[in-house]
Design a protein around this ligand. Sequence first.
Ligand code: GAL
Length: 424
Amino acid sequence: MRRIPLVAVAAAASIVLAGCGEDDGDGSQAGASNEVEVFTWWSEGGEKAGLDGLVQVFEQQYPDQTFVNGVVAGGAGSNAKNVLASRLEQGDPPSTFQGHAGGELRDYIAQEQIQDVGHLYEEEGWNDVFPEEVVSLLTEDDAIYSVPANIHRANVVWANPHVLKNAGVSQPPDSIDAWLEDLQALQDNGVKAPLAVATDWTQVHLFETVLIADLGPEAYNGLWTGETAWDSAEVTRAIEDYAALMEFTNGDRAGLDWPDSNQYMISGRAAYTVMGDWSYAGFEEAKLKPQKEYIWFPVPGTDGVFDFLADSFTLPVDAPNAEGTENWLRTVGSAEGQEAFNTKKGSIPVRTDADPQAYGEYQQEAMQDWQSDTIVPSLAHGAAAPLGWLEEITSAIGEFSSSKDTGKLQEALVAAAETYTGSG
Ligand code: GAL
């Protein structure tokens, strides 16, 4: 395993946590029911299939516990995160919720909303099977906050081979410039909007991959520590490339979510979409044939870079049925749980002792890339930056979708960076 340059780790000052580890002292978990409310945004398709797989193992391992589905639909937690924030504020947490390793999780830690589960790591021997680099993203002051379920890759282009063939596009492009030429060829060939995107967060997702392509992994990492200036010429260039790509996207994007933009690509209305590898799970769930009905390659200019995120399950402070939650977490970290979940979710297991043969063609490739690529944290999926920073970037990208004003976008990005790193 390569070292993860974890910029996100640098954040947060030392904090004192309420109710670490054991009973939270106010009696809320004593005598609680055996229901375990699991809060996610995995409501349909491959995402639901993954969750269902995990639930099946949980029910086998802990038959006295009852899974309660606290799902709030909307890709990347676009609705769920608001619901969760207000529930946490009101002292009404679910038994567990899914958070992203890195910047996002550090927000919950800093706000004293989640508890140390380090004792489970000892009991279950997880320090031997989870890579240290991932665990360090969950660790603060020797306490470990959450159990990682998977590793997803964000910088993937999914493409329709028939549409490409019809336009005479035969090779994956190796740079954004080359990609823009292919997009033009596709448009000239009658594909009006060859690059499918959806609502704001999917545009942020596309934007982060262009930043990686144009800046390279090191300077991209520097964006989150203050080492790379947001008003630099490199960022200007990335914004211009992003603007050029957006010219090839569908105008109805604001009303769509990621399964819709995937469908645009699959149906041939578009040639490409950029999305995380939960897409693979959706394609598998729909029984589409890899290499025939869809192909994949790294976002042009990001070959050799693995833009990563990890879904990690937490033990909230005052979690109802904390004992049941701990059992859920044991399932999440178990070999059976990781396999049942990840084989269906499109992601790869965090456990290093997993059997690659159990996984699909795309995932076996991703497992190899995870070992050999340079790893960078995803912005759109909570690894690179705290939630507030992501929200500011998302609203700037959302505004850009209609204004198309590159100067204004860069100004907004510089202002957001000033707030979160003290430098633009
Ligand atoms: C991510 C999450 C993934 C997947 C995706 C689309 O934020 O980590 O597991 O669910 O959103 O909804």
